[in-house]
Design a protein around this ligand. Sequence first.
Ligand code: ZN
Length: 158
Amino acid sequence: MGVLPDDPFPSDTDMVRAAIDAAAAAGERDIPVGAVVFDSAGRELARAANAREALGDPTAHAEILALRRAAAVHGDGWRLEGATLAVTLEPCTMCAGALVLARVGRLIFGAWEPKTGAVGSLWDVVRDRRLNHRPQVRGGVLADDCAALLDGFFRAQR
Ligand SMILES: [Zn+2]
């Protein structure tokens, strides 16, 4: 998907579906959240799953890992201008801050996270007018599928 130049530009649903696929790489102790970064032509730059437990790293959320990998291959230093980040769950404050700082052009996410969400639920970091970069946002894409991933994980924990 989106790898060859003549491929059609992936839809928002395609992008979130890719993030759902990415979540499958989470270790069995890690909450299955997946993130994928696409460049302005819709080509996949990088993907990652949450690896906070696997890496013993409080910052190893899927979005952070995907942004780091995407910047490493994109070729414009730390800037990801025009890129789209797709993630299965509404980002937290850390990840929302990171994607603003990375100059990501667009954020698409699946499930809402009423307890920690920073893209409209508890805070709205990415559309704060005091920041000089504000990505476009679309939430709730394939929300049920994304929430089902989490429900399955937490059910198995009990
Ligand atoms: Zn996060």
